[in-house]
Ligand binder design. Structure first.
Ligand SMILES: Cc1ncc(C[n+]2csc(CCOP(=O)(O)OP(=O)(O)O)c2C)c(N)n1
Ligand SMILES: [Mg+2]
Length: 293
């Protein structure tokens, strides 16, 4: 992969917008920036129309800053709160119909493999819980079962936030929402487990309580999808607006849930572990027996 395509032709430097000049001189197109550097460089997304304190926006910003090769990535979004941020994003992105995102991403990835056989082109789906686990669930599952080389990220705010607060498959049992006043009658869907069963080679459950972790897992997921098979990241992103909370309270909620039912979980196949260790992305895991010696 090369940053050559982002370099500005010297003859055009004087007519390029300042925004692009900054990306190329002090942004992700200039050097490998990461989550820990946030706030010190020109970002690929710097403004968005999401609510104050939106945890989805925080996760989105974190993910974008952690992309291993933004210049060679296409992000596929879906209808929902996240889709409002996409027009502000300075890399290739596609807005799929609500629920269609994994089908669109599958076709796109296959097309890119044919068109650019010697280059890596990463395709990443980013969508809400309703889009991923409810209305698009068949598209999500079948892209995994087919073994598509794409990463799927779910922003799990446990609600249809954009349409005023209906319950989703990801809403926990018994929860009352603005438009689900009697409390949910069914259990929260265990999508990480479905993902493993359907053939995802890397699966992580994270939350906005730990943004550095989101960045690490996401990079692992994109690299594993590129080389091996489908990968899935599920991020808890509580919505202060629908939960009628102050922004700071929603971050506190993310931290509380991270200690309870939204603790960090990560699964990777042996093949992925070998890939990530050999590429230096993770350290080799010390097996229990070896550790005791
Ligand atoms: C085919 C289709 N069905 C329903 C809708 C209406 N709709 C728009 S956003 C949305 C909810 C999105 O929920 P989620 O995917 O969880 O994203 P969030 O808004 O919570 O980020 C719905 C039902 C639509 N736009 N298209
Ligand atoms: Mg949602």
């Amino acid at each position: 992969m090369s940053l050559a395509i982002t370099k500005i032709n010297p003859a055009f430097v004087d007519v390029m917008p300042q925004e692009y000049l900054d990306l190329a001189s002090d942004g992700p197109f200039a050097a490998d920036k990461s989550v820990k550097d946030l706030g010190t460089f020109k970002e690929l997304i710097e403004e968005h129309p999401l609510c104050a304190g939106c945890n989805l926006a925080l996760a989105f910003r974190t993910l974008i800053s952690a992309l291993p090769c933004p210049e060679d990535t296409v992000i596929v979004g879906s209808t929902g709160c996240n889709s409002l941020a996409f027009p502000q994003l300075a890399i290739h992105n596609v807005h799929a119909l609500f629920g269609n995102q994994n089908a669109v991403a599958s076709g796109l990835k296959r097309g890119l493999k044919l068109r650019f056989p010697d280059q890596n082109k990463d395709v990443v789906v980013m969508a809400g819980d309703g889009a991923t686990a409810d209305i698009g669930f068949d598209m999500t599952m079948h892209s995994w079962i087919r073994g598509e080389n794409i990463t799927t990220v779910m922003f799990d705010n446990e609600i249809y936030a954009n349409t005023g607060g209906q319950e989703s498959g990801m809403t926990p049992f018994g929860t009352v929402r603005n438009m689900a006043p009697t409390g949910k009658n069914f259990q929260k869907m265990n999508v990480p487990e479905f993902a493993k069963q359907a053939g995802c080679v890397y699966v992580a459950k994270v939350s906005t309580a730990n943004t550095a972790k989101i960045g690490q897992c996401f990079r692992n997921a994109v690299l594993a999808a590129r080389e091996i098979g489908p990968t899935y990241i599920q991020i808890y992103t509580p919505c202060p607006t629908n939960l009628k909370m102050k922004p700071a309270e929603s971050v506190a909620l993310a931290k509380k849930r991270a200690k309870e039912d939204y603790a960090f979980e990560e699964y990777m196949s042996e093949e992925v572990e070998n890939l990530l260790v050999s590429s230096g992305a993770i350290k080799p895991k010390v097996k229990k027996e070896e550790g005791k010696k």
